[in-house]
Design a binder for this molecule. Structure first.
Ligand code: SF4
Length: 414
């Protein structure tokens, strides 16, 4: 396989004289077995200010100029249902700005097509672009605006569904699958890769604007009941990408859950959370919450803190939330923010294995972390021991924890 590069005009070409490389915490020649054909729906991304790395036998070459013109390295962003297994290998040129929030995957040319360092990790029709036809979403929005004319929540969701193309927001209007109910503008973490609010001095543009509204419990209940009444196996889902941490709004969510459960027992009531407040989580479990997805990048407290930069909590609180949810028989999944060189680091794997053995976690969602790899490594550090590789890590997880489902999408069960 050969490296790819992008010219200033955006044209992507290969370098036939060199062997492609990839970064798994350690930059090395690319192994064909770690690559799949680039899936439909992927984005090929130019990495501005970054030179291509390739290999000529054992010798590493850095290409920043081709045919007398400056060129850049290339990466890919994957569609839903895939997990990145390798990072693009490149050398940053001085003055290069941080890369925008994408999950950069390594790419190469195999002589016939573009290939990418990735694995298919989930297939759920509900999450396919075909199940989110723009005209159906549009019609759904119009119908909901008529049905809930004064609802600020519906207006927010219409923005998310159209501007951000958010599938869980669109599901509210399609009355199918997992429906988003964003409620919390505030957060008690400052994640390096936060998609809804970046630090002013980070030099990184957040992908969405953080919600500013807090809906009423009545608004939440009416939108939720409409969804659960119509959606087979419907999920009402608190904690979305456009908001902060939902546990900071626990009293409101608890009132809403009680209101929903007074009216119906169907469907799943779910929360995506950083699980920083075990007592607040307990309040929601008491109210009728039945499914919890906990987001984390690491099972090691230092690596966790380096990414989440928590305010007033630590990984110990997150683990206490797992214990609380486990003691209630709640469906627990992890939203694991995966990153080659960190997730597959043997030290990380030991800590993660301990967590999976200690708590009744039924699913690990392997989320490709969307952040500039150099910024992430600067925050959490590169591995001290040679990572085993994400493909081997996926095989290890499936072998050692066969009872744990590996995937990318939350399933309802009510
Ligand atoms: S927990 Fe979520 S909302 Fe809070 S900083 Fe992290 S990504 Fe952003």
């Amino acid at each position: 396989m050969n490296p790819l590069f992008a010219r200033a005009d955006g044209k992507v070409l290969d370098l036939p004289s060199l062997r492609a490389s990839a970064d798994d915490g350690v930059v090395a020649p690319a192994d064909r077995r770690d690559f799949i054909p680039l899936p439909e729906g992927s984005l090929l991304l130019t990495l501005p200010g970054r030179s291509v790395v390739g290999f000529d036998g054992p010798k590493r070459s850095v290409i920043g100029v081709f045919d007398g013109s400056e060129v850049n390295a290339v990466g890919a962003a994957l569609p839903l249902g895939y997990t990145r297994t390798l990072l693009p290998a490149y050398v940053e040129r001085s003055g290069a700005s941080p890369l925008p929030l994408y999950g950069y995957a390594a790419v190469a040319w195999d002589g016939v097509r573009v290939c990418v360092g990735a694995a298919r990790t989930d297939e759920l029709e509900m999450w396919s672009p075909q199940a989110h036809a723009p005209e159906a979403v549009r019609a759904g929005i119009d119908a909901h605006v008529r049905e809930f004319p004064s609802s600020a929540l519906i207006r927010q969701l219409a923005l998310c569904a159209t501007e951000y193309g958010c599938f869980t927001a669109q599901n509210v209007f399609l009355r199918a699958g997992e429906a988003a109910i964003p409620v919390s503008p505030a957060c008690n973490a400052r994640c390096i890769g936060c998609i809804s609010e970046q630090e002013p001095d980070s030099g990184i543009q957040s992908a969405q604007s953080r919600v500013r509204l807090t809906p009423t419990a009545e608004e939440i209940v009416s939108v939720a009941l409409a969804h659960l009444a119509a959606a087979p196996n419907g999920i009402v889902s608190f904690g979305q990408g456009c908001e902060g941490e939902p546990l900071l709004a626990a009293p409101l969510i608890a009132r809403a859950i009680k209101g929903i459960r007074q009216a119906t027992s169907v469907g799943t009531i779910h929360i995506n959370t950083n699980a920083s407040r075990p007592q607040a989580l307990e309040q929601l479990l008491d109210a009728g919450l039945t499914s919890v997805r906990v987001s984390l990048n690491s099972a090691r407290s230092e690596t966790y803190a380096a990414y989440y930069r928590p305010r007033g909590y630590s990984l110990a609180d997150v683990i206490e939330s797992l214990r609380v949810a486990g003691s209630r028989g709640t469906s627990i999944s992890l939203n694991l923010l995966t990153h080659p060189g960190v997730t597959d680091d043997p030290d990380e794997m030991s800590a993660f294995a301990e967590m999976l053995r200690a708590y009744p976690i039924s699913m690990v969602q392997t989320r490709t972390l969307n952040v500039d790899p150099a910024v992430y490594f600067a925050g959490v550090g590169r591995p001290k021991r040679k990572p085993i590789g994400m493909r081997a890590w996926l095989a290890w997880l499936a072998r050692e924890f066969a009872h744990v489902r590996i995937g990318n999408f939350t399933r309802g069960f009510g």
